[in-house]
Design a protein around this ligand. Structure first.
Ligand SMILES: Nc1nc2c(ncn2[C@@H]2O[C@H](COP(=O)(O)OP(=O)(O)OP(=O)(O)O)[C@@H](O)[C@H]2O)c(=O)[nH]1
Ligand SMILES: [Mg+2]
Length: 1102
């Protein structure tokens, strides 16, 4: 197949890069420039059509929602090539695989899937908005995945046309921005290496300052020496090596290092300082490499002596830094002459100097912006600059993999790399693409494409427009060589990139072997191959994320996670178009068909060599080629849930099937059926929800769907209020006595709010707690247990908090916290903790506080015992405990139920402890006295319910509270709309946490907390009120629940309150409103006339 031969077989010539950044900072626009350079779109449209936003809703909203990948080919001429008759030696063709990711936080899982497949990242930052929340998030992702980043400071034009800064102001603004980004990078480094961040920072500042001084003196001396002509330059060290730090300084962005690009994607230009060093060094008689070192920073040109001096040597003179003088002033001059104060004389001067190719009609056109783009994009070509930086900075797969793969295989690794242990690892480290090399690929997500869009099913009909595009592409290809030389003559970089064939449209004809399921979608895997050469038709292992590398695929634990499949098709991606290929060699990003129904979200693809698996190899006891590269951690927790139903009930099966497809295609969606039978989907946010619904309606289910209002999670708890009604059930608050059916079992259980410190400790360490309990379940031979769990290791809600203890210290630390809490609490209690709840690991405790019992139920002891004996504990406890213990299970279940569905509105309870104070089983005499044969089954069944109710009533004996899920939210706003932003936040019961002025701008960053329940339409509301000047990003950072300090049962009682609120509390009790809306949705009884029973709660107060 044509494309296969064009595919770079040499992995040294491959680069895999992703664009990442905050929403709207210009990632997709930047990609346009690259696509135009590859003739996929016309250069006139570049920056305007955002080609990779191929979904209709992406275009409409101007926001990217899904990853798009393209394989681009660029011919790069060797730098020495100066021959005018075209390149004598053949230029090298680089394949650059680019993945454009969304910046909106709702879709941040797309960023993780892309970064897994790439070796480098183009980090885009809007020069005006600066470092935003998602910028930090994506930088962290790049850091933890060991991607080599390039900073692209985009929207440079805004400094000139919008902020109207002078060049010198712009320079200061840029330095601050780079410092901000570096501070973020530094914090990751510090976080990993050092406990004391602050000390480290100070140390580094001091070190850097000293170094800057030294370096400045030296560089100035060098530059001065060469400009005097006294030294030929040979004695000046030429390389940057001297300045490269062994420690963390590799990590930072610095223009002189070549990893910072200044760009305006919309105007199609971008440059690194090397470009200007090249343009001016010879004119100034300074060596290019030396000039490059001083072109950024506080260096000045002394006009009299023609020497480069440092700020120390300025001696009060008012000189411009070199960067301003040689770079910014020039750019400002072009913008000024063309768009700000249009001046035809100046324009013609510029055109003469820069000599761009401009059609005469453009020179006269009123559309000056277009002229500007033509001039700028030819002078400082964005695509050339970005591709050249990518090739320079991002390592080829063979150099990247020795660093990245060990980290993937051994996530706790701190060293940069470790030596491979066997042939398989050797192939992986080296990105071995030979036919005999082990085939190891990684599928990071599944995505859906309409079956009719697969190249094999596409009819070869070409529209007139396509035909024109194709002809144009051919023409431009033919003239590629001459363009290369012209560009060079124009003073462009000698290593010029030229357009290469894009392969698109050449291979759209397919055999159409199978019946085309015209209107259906097919799932393809989005993958990268790390080693070997994968072929269509070969049989491969699909190793699912839960596969345990310590056991062979035949081990019962691993059997469900190791399946084989036949590769049905391989494709390279061109945005929405796919191009069929026969094989893909190591180092490339591609799409694979044949995994549908087998792989849910991610998988490792393995085979011994390019021929795939033979039958014997599938049966083999211990195959060498099998390996699990693991799952991808999910950066955001899906929180917005809605219940769905088809408009026509008969369509239910279609909906169910559609939901399944959706949850496969999108790693951040969860779908499940609630106990009530409702089908529920969980999404990361409002926008994400909209996209999911659209996908369901139009692609996956193809039926009309009704969605409920978003369901927002609450938590229930209780507090000790200053005024509470007297205890209802006994003298002690929260104590409830009860008995099972026939009075066989009598008990008393006491509910009480947990001390805050204790609750915080538990919530912080939920993941540890889960792990401790999971270890118990995962004892050998116990494989069935997790088989039906979700394929991803779903640590469900709220484990996003960072644990504060190590697993082995959990209990000891818990003792310390209890001891400190005082009151009811001391360290002996820890051994009496029976269970955590709900879900066995959350913020409620069941405590066995029976005085008359020798061996209380103790989770700690139980776990210890299991570890010691590795025996099944359940059997053991039943046998050991006899009758009393027979009821244990029911008591615990009662507790779990009560905490899973609290008394207010059946939402989970948090921050309550339940002490089982006594439990009596009626003696035999008592039983016989009643004359009724005791029915134990009935008794234990009812025990569960009465325990549950007792727990609930115990909670209500205190002053109950609702807790609201909160979003943290960052809003960028200009000073003049700040008031409106505050208004909207306040109206929605949010509160401002911080506000900060962005230096050098009139922008504020406002951080606020906002109840999720009030967040729907919030973004739109703010956008509307501020006429689009501010837009918020809502982030749910896991387990941020805030107590709403109002008793939902509170009604006005004192005269003042009655006067204020009216007898029926006409002014709503907000907590009650929330509670009722949840109860209503769940079909629970809603006491609308609660004030009628005011006496009952008379003294319940806020
Ligand atoms: N002034 C100016 N506007 C730009 C520039 N680059 C992009 N934009 C505009 O910024 C907006 C967002 O651009 P996109 O390319 O969609 O941004 P994105 O980063 O892909 O956004 P998401 O994918 O949704 O995160 C568009 O309106 C662009 O026209 C630039 O260099 N200068
Ligand atoms: Mg985008």
């Amino acid at each position: 197949m044509a494309v296969t031969s064009e595919q770079a077989t040499n992995a040294l010539l491959v680069r895999n890069v992703t664009t990442i950044g905050h929403v709207d900072h210009g990632k997709t626009t930047l990609m346009d420039a690259l696509l135009a350079a590859n003739n996929i779109i016309s250069s006139r449209m570049a920056g305007k059509i955002r080609y990779l936003d191929s979904r209709e809703d992406e275009q409409q909203r101007g926001i990217t929602m899904e990853n798009s990948a393209v394989s681009l080919r660029f011919k790069v001429l060797a730098p020495q090539s100066t021959s005018r008759s075209g390149p004598a030696e053949s230029p090298r063709t680089y394949v650059v695989n680019m993945i454009d990711t969304p910046g909106h936080v709702d879709f941040s899982s797309e960023v993780s899937t892309a970064s897994r497949l790439c070796d480098g990242a183009l980090v885009l930052v809007d020069v005006v908005e600066g470092v935003c929340t998602q910028t930090i998030a994506v930088l962290r992702q790049a850091w933890s995945d060991r991607l080599r980043p390039i900073l692209i400071i985009n929207k440079f034009d805004r400094l000139i046309t919008e902020l109207k800064l002078s060049p010198i102001e712009a320079y200061h603004h840029l330095s601050q921005l780079i410092e901000q980004v570096n501070a973020v990078m530094g914090s990751f480094f510090a976080g990993e290496r050092m406990e004391d961040d602050l000390r480290w920072r100070e140390e580094r500042e001091r070190r850097l300052a000293a170094k800057r001084e030294a370096r400045a003196d030296e560089a100035a001396a060098d530059a001065a020496a060469t400009s005097n002509g006294s030294i030929n330059g040979d004695s000046a060290p030429d390389t940057d090596d001297q300045y490269q730090e062994r420690d963390d300084e590799d990590l930072y962005f610095a223009p002189e290092k070549g990893n910072v690009v200044f760009a305006s994607a919309i105007d199609g230009w971008g440059f690194r300082i090397g470009k200007f060093a090249q343009l001016y060094a010879s004119k100034l008689g300074i060596r290019e490499a030396n000039f490059k070192r001083v072109l950024w920073g506080d260096f000045y040109l002394d006009a009299k002596t023609k020497r480069v001096i440092t700020h120390k040597q300025l001696k009060g003179r008012n000189l411009k830094p070199l960067f301003v003088q040689f770079v910014l002033d020039n750019i400002w001059a072009v913008y000024d002459a063309i768009v700000i104060n249009p001046n035809p004389d100046k324009v013609s001067k510029i055109v003469t100097t820069l000599n761009p190719k401009i059609p005469p009609r453009e020179l006269k056109s009123k559309d000056t912006r277009n002229l500007l783009q033509l001039v700028m994009s030819q002078w400082l070509s964005l695509s050339t600059c970005v591709i050249q930086s990518t090739i320079d900075v991002v390592p080829p797969p063979s150099s990247a993999q020795p660093n990245r793969i060990p980290k993937i295989l051994y996530p706790d690794l701190l060293e940069p790399t470790i030596p491979p242990k066997n042939q398989l690892e050797k192939d992986l480290w080296n990105c071995h693409d030979g036919e005999e090399a082990f085939v190891i690929g990684y599928v990071s997500k599944m995505f859906a494409v309409p079956v009719k869009d697969l190249p094999e099913n596409k009819k070869a009909t070409i529209t007139a427009e396509q035909m024109r595009a194709k002809a144009k592409a051919a023409r431009e290809r033919a003239s590629a060589a001459s363009i290369a030389t012209t560009a060079e003559a124009n003073g462009n970089s000698p290593s010029t990139l030229t357009e290469a064939s894009n392969g698109q449209g050449e291979d759209v004809e397919g055999k159409g072997k199978e019946q085309v399921r015209e209107d259906e979608d097919i799932l393809l895997g989005f993958a990268r191959i790390y080693s070997g050469n994968i072929r269509v038709g070969s049989r491969v292992w699909c190793i699912l994320p839960k596969y345990n590398n310590n056991f062979p695929p035949t081990h019962p634990r691993n059997v469900p996670h190791a399946i084989t499949t036949v590769v049905e098709g391989l494709y390279t991606m061109m945005g929405k178009d796919l191009v069929r290929v026969d094989n893909v060699p190591a180092g490339n990003v591609f799409a694979i068909r044949g995994l549908e129904g087998k792989v849910m979200r991610s998988a490792t693809i393995c085979a011994p060599n390019h021929q795939g698996l033979s039958d014997e190899e599938v049966e083999a006891e211990n195959p060498e080629c099998v390996l699990n590269l693991g799952g991808i951690s999910r950066p955001v927790y899906p929180i917005v849930r809605v219940a769905l139903e088809p408009r026509v009930p008969a369509d239910m099966p279609k909906l169910v099937k559609g939901l399944k497809l959706l949850s496969q295609a999108d790693p951040c969606v969860e779908t499940f059926q609630q106990q009530t039978g409702e089908h529920v989907i969980l999404t990361a946010g409002e926008l994400h929800l909209e996209r999911c619904l659209k996908d369901l309606r139009e692609r996956f289910a193809k039926v009309e769907i009704q969605a409920s209002k978003p369901i927002v999670p609450f938590r229930e708890t209780a507090v000790k209020a200053t005024e509470m009604a007297p205890p209802k059930y006994s003298s002690k608050r929260g104590l409830v006595n009860g008995s099972s059916a026939q009075g066989l079992v009598k008990f008393s259980i006491r509910a009480t709010p947990l001390p805050k410190s204790l609750l915080e400790f538990i919530l912080d360490n939920v993941s540890i707690l889960k792990r401790l309990q999971r270890e118990r379940r995962n004892t050998p031979g116990d494989s069935a247990n997790d088989r039906d769990q979700d394929e991803e290791d779903d640590d469900s809600e709220g484990t996003l908090r960072k644990p504060t203890v190590r697993p082995d210290r959990f209990w000891a630390e818990l003792e310390a916290v209890c001891e400190k809490a005082g009151g009811d609490w001391n360290k002996r209690i820890v051994d009496r903790i029976w269970a955590f709840g709900p879900h066995k690991a959350c913020g409620c405790l069941l405590i066995d506080a029976r005085k008359n019992i020798r061996t209380p139920n103790s989770l700690r002891k139980k776990l210890d015992r299991t570890r010691a004996a590795e025996a099944s504990i359940d059997e053991e406890s039943v046998v050991e405990g006899g009758l009393g213990h027979d009821f244990d299970h029911h008591i615990e279940t009662g507790f779990q139920l009560a905490t899973f569905q609290g008394p207010l509105c059946s939402e989970p309870v948090e921050g309550m402890a339940y002490f089982l104070e006594s439990l009596e089983v009626a003696s035999d005499e008592a039983k016989s006295e009643t004359g009724v044969q005791p029915n134990y089954a009935q008794a234990s069944g009812s025990l569960m319910t009465v325990i549950r109710d007792a727990c609930r009533n115990g909670l209500l004996d205190w002053s109950p509270r609702l807790m609201l899920a909160m979003y943290s939210c960052d809003i960028q706003a200009a000073t003049d709309v700040l008031g409106k932003v505050y208004g909207v936040v306040a109206k929605r019961r949010g509160r401002i946490v911080a506000e900060e002025m962005k230096e050098g701008t009139s922008f504020f960053t406002v951080s606020a907390l906002l109840p999720v329940a009030e967040s729907f339409g919030f973004a739109d509301d703010i956008r509307k009120r501020t006429s689009g000047a501010a837009s918020p990003q809502l982030i749910f950072s896991g387990q941020v629940y805030e107590m709403l300090d109002i008793d939902p049962f509170w009604v006005p009682t004192t005269e003042e309150e009655l006067e204020d609120l009216g007898e029926k509390a006409d002014r709503e009790n907000v907590a009650k409103a929330y509670m009722d809306s949840v109860r209503e949705r769940k079909g629970l009884f809603v006491d609308r006339k609660i004030v009628e029973f005011a006496e009952k709660q008379r003294t319940l107060k806020r």
